[in-house]
Design a protein around this ligand. Structure first.
Ligand code: CP3
Length: 339
């Protein structure tokens, strides 16, 4: 929490995106008994998975176990996680008539299971471990809604954006209104910081980001309860960093395609940064892991306001012992840095 506010810290804090997941035996055991969506909707199991990851890894923050796509269901989107294929949306939004049919999320009570998971997790976590809430950013959610799943070229998404800008902006504004309510409800339940995941925003040109996306991400961030740190994360954003910063956030997430010192300079030293180890480095030997982690700490240079993380989520086949080793290395090497 202090690093989010760019205050002095005794060592560089670390947590990892997707720290609770299939790479971990404890997660697979819980997941074997239920589907992914059922797990998300079961507060005591979601809390268990959240807390187990923190304790096993020794990280400095928890992120509530959930998914960015859950908010789509109350909008009238028919969502399924199919084995092997990832998320599938059976009624994608491809034209103005589809946008017209989307439901305004008046109250976010449909996601009560997330708030209950947050309350239970907060009770089970050690008091000095902050709990992060999250949502997808409007663009990344819109991309799933239009494509119907993951995508390589975002043709459907951009077609709607270019051909029907009115419908596009109406959809993005509807998503943004839902997200602000959703994050504030997570905060009311006990989330101490919140993160926007704009995972796929890197497919946009800077001019398109400014015109079609920035106002909507900005509106979400501006409507979040004051005083709660906001982490604004995207990948492939090396050409968008200044714009991401303009959209808002107290902490900007950087991926590994940009040097941390350069990225920090570009977003400005008046915000904190999070990142930015390539998740695939966790598949290398521990000497390489140490060298690469040290490089990032050196680039942060002991400046207040660096949260160590990966540049994107942990991959499913990652060796868990390397993840634990990384957390230990960052704690050890990050100690001297802050005097
Ligand atoms: O970080 C954490 O530990 C909290 C949990 C979390 C999950 N998803 C659990 C999950 C978070 C923060 C997310 C965010 C999320 N979900 C993002 C943004 C982050 C990113 O990686 O870019 C995205 C794009 C999604 C959408 C999503 N959910 C996809 C594309 C998939 C399928 C791909 C995959 O990895 O399986 C999911 C499923 C998902 N979300 C799993 C987990 C642990 C795996 C589901 C399983 O157990 O089979």
């Amino acid at each position: 929490m202090r690093a989010c506010r760019r205050e002095a810290v005794p060592y560089t804090p670390i947590w990892l995106m997707r720290q609770a997941g299939r790479y971990m035996r404890e997660y697979r055991e819980v997941r074997a008994k239920t589907t992914f969506l059922e797990l998300c909707k079961n507060p005591s199991l979601a809390a268990e998975v959240t807390v187990t990851a923190v304790e096993r890894l020794g990280v400095d923050a928890a992120i509530i176990f959930a998914d960015i796509l859950l908010i789509l269901e109350p909008m009238g989107i028919d969502l399924e996680f199919s084995r092997g294929e990832g998320p599938v949306i059976h009624n994608p939004v491809r034209n103005p008539e589809d946008v017209e049919r989307l439901r305004e999320v008046e109250d976010t009570g449909a996601l009560e299971f997330v708030y209950e998971a947050i309350r239970q997790t907060r009770r089970e976590l050690k008091p000095d471990i902050p709990l992060i809430g999250f949502c997808g950013a409007p663009f990344t959610l819109a991309s799933y809604m239009t494509e119907g799943g993951g995508s390589k070229n975002y043709v459907q998404t951009k077609q709607l954006m270019y051909n029907d800008p009115g419908a596009w902006h109406a959809m993005m504004a509807l998503i943004a209104r839902a997200l602000a309510k959703y994050l504030n409800a997570q905060i009311a339940a006990g989330a101490q910081a919140v993160q926007l995941f704009d995972s796929w925003v890197g497919c946009l040109s800077p001019d398109d980001y400014r015109e079609f996306v920035l106002p909507h991400s900005q509106s979400v961030i501006q409507n979040i309860a004051p005083g709660v740190p906001v982490i604004h994360f995207g990948t492939g954003t090396a050409s968008l960093l200044e714009l991401l910063r303009e959209a808002g956030g107290d902490v900007i997430g950087l991926d590994w395609r940009v040097r941390l010192d350069e990225g920090w300079q570009r977003v400005g030293h008046d915000v904190a940064v999070m990142g930015n180890l390539d998740p695939v480095v966790l598949f290398a030997n521990q000497d390489t892991l140490r060298t690469q982690a040290k490089r990032i700490l050196d680039q942060a240079g002991g400046r207040a306001g660096h949260i160590f993380n990966l540049g994107h989520g942990i991959l499913p086949e990652t060796p868990v012992e390397n993840v634990i080793a990384l957390v230990e290395m960052v704690h050890e090497m990050g100690h001297g840095l802050h005097g």
